[in-house]
Design a protein around this ligand. Structure first.
Ligand code: 3MF
Ligand code: MG
Length: 343
């Protein structure tokens, strides 16, 4: 398996100003067209979008079509594709209490309408993929919402979108916490279980983010393997995370090289990308990064992925099998670690 060429994507939010909850921007915002041109230059193949990365959520239909066409033109001019559109259901006043799990029916309707509009935008820029990061679909306090009802509302919401458009695919990007204390469906496994209860399971899959798996105390490569087995790994957000704290979105492989290696190895072994899946990086520049280096974390993540791919492809299968057959896992460990050290 494998040995095909991987293709890389990132979102416009991955080139950002460095603003954080504790301080203002430290770098200027960069024009969208410049981001696309630069990502192309550093070897990327496509762009990921929130709905409002394409066009403001307040724009009317005619304006939405016009601006989406301009965005598509910029992509086309650079030979870049749109990987997905994610409805941003966490910034608007109507989503303070969540989207489809909000207690107020009017707010749930807003989430649905905005998501349908995201599907329309996805068509305009040429993708069939909708990513669902259920940011505020959870609670700050346990008693705020009913978890049984929330489960049903999630399935009803997905069904409504599958029914609205017979071509789109819903790709859940699960995360256990942040911004919420607890999110509903905190792991990919939860979402895959729900997928089978929807009206069209073949159009419901997952986007696995390394940091989100780590925050759930799980191993990202095992999470990926589980989804690959279900034929439901349709996107990845590779990055890294130093322990249990806020979602750091560090450059891929920058914290735990062995974990990163195992993610690359499992993706390559099981043909990730063979059906057009992209290697997405959801990485943030450090706040200390100077404007001239604002793409360096994206360059680094891709380069580290490629180095790890070379390591994975240099492994000798017979050697690994003989370590396994003799239960010599100490030997296997040294074999892998020395490979990672270039020995
Ligand atoms: C949050 C995330 C998000 C999602 C993005 C697309 C800002 O932890 O990972 O990145 O990836 O909203 O769904
Ligand atoms: Mg992400």
């Amino acid at each position: 398996m494998g040995h095909h060429v991987f293709k890389y994507t990132a979102g416009p939010w991955n080139i950002h100003t460095g603003a954080d909850p504790f301080g203002p921007p430290v770098r200027d915002e960069v024009d969208f067209a410049e981001k696309v041109a630069k990502l192309k230059e550093i070897g990327y193949h496509g762009i990921q979008f929130h709905d409002d990365d394409v066009v403001s959520a307040e724009a009317d239909v005619a304006t939405t079509q016009k601006i989406a066409a301009q965005v598509k033109k910029i992509l086309d001019e650079h030979g870049m594709i749109a990987e997905f559109v994610a409805p941003r259901l966490w910034e608007h006043p109507n989503t303070i209490d969540g989207g489809y799990t909000a207690n107020d029916p009017a707010m749930r309707q807003y989430a649905l309408d905005r998501s349908k509009r995201s599907i329309d935008i996805a068509h305009m820029i040429g993708t069939k993929n909708i990513v669902l990061w259920p940011a505020r679909e959870g609670t700050y306090i346990r008693e705020a919402k009913d978890p049984f009802t929330a489960t049903q509302r999630c399935v009803d919401y997905i069904n409504a979108l599958l029914d609205y458009d017979k071509e789109i695919r819903i790709i859940g990007e699960m995360k256990p916490n942040e911004p919420m204390d607890h999110a509903y469906n905190p792991t990919s496994g939860h979402f895959i279980a729900l997928a089978y209860k929807t009206i069209d399971p073949d159009r419901v899959g997952v986007n696995i983010e390394s940091a989100h798996a780590i925050l759930a105390g799980l191993d990202p490569s095992d999470e990926m393997a589980f989804a690959l087995w279900h034929k439901k790994l349709w996107a990845v957000h590779l990055n890294d995370q130093n322990g249990l704290k806020f979602d750091e979105d560090k450059a891929f492989g920058s914290v735990n090289l062995r974990s990163a290696f195992n993610q690359v190895w499992v993706l390559d072994r099981y043909g990730y990308g063979a059906n057009g899946e992209m290697v997405g990086f959801d990485v943030k520049a450090l706040r200390t990064t100077t404007p001239e280096k604002r793409y360096q974390h994206l360059i680094n993540s891709k380069r580290i992925f490629e180095h790890l791919l070379a390591v994975a492809r240099s492994l000798d299968t017979a050697t690994i099998e003989s370590f396994r057959a003799t239960r010599d896992y100490e030997g296997l460990e040294l074999y892998i670690v020395e490979k990672l050290m270039g020995k």
